[in-house]
Write a new protein. Structure first.
Length: 106
């Protein structure tokens, strides 16, 4: 990070963390970025635009834009203030279909 190298978030999480599912455990990487001094906006960019760019898919994914592929999440708080908000997902849209919506009234 200090050397200016572009960082992309990704995980091949294969081992178990007691009491955590693999998806939740993989978010520990984002906290490690924070603990190393990376600002929250840059942390989010590691999993979006940076990852798309480093995969060579910048014309297909990485941003919310017409004609691009995107899965969307929503959280109650502001992950640009506190990255651990990403651990508290309340809405998920995958492939254009809502797969979780804690905001919907019953």
């Amino acid at each position: 990070m200090k050397a200016g190298v572009k960082i992309a978030f990704g995980t091949d999480m294969w081992h178990e963390f007691p009491g955590m599912k693999r998806g939740a455990a993989s978010l520990l990487t984002l906290e490690a970025y924070r603990d190393a001094g990376m600002p929250p906006l840059q942390i989010v960019q590691t999993a979006t635009v940076n990852a798309a760019d480093l995969l060579g898919w910048q014309d297909r994914v990485g941003v919310l834009e017409a004609g691009r592929f995107a899965d969307i999440i929503a959280v109650a708080g502001d992950p640009l203030r506190e990255i651990t908000e990403l651990e508290h997902v309340i809405f998920v849209m995958k492939g254009g279909a809502v797969v979780r919506n804690d905001l919907a009234e019953d």
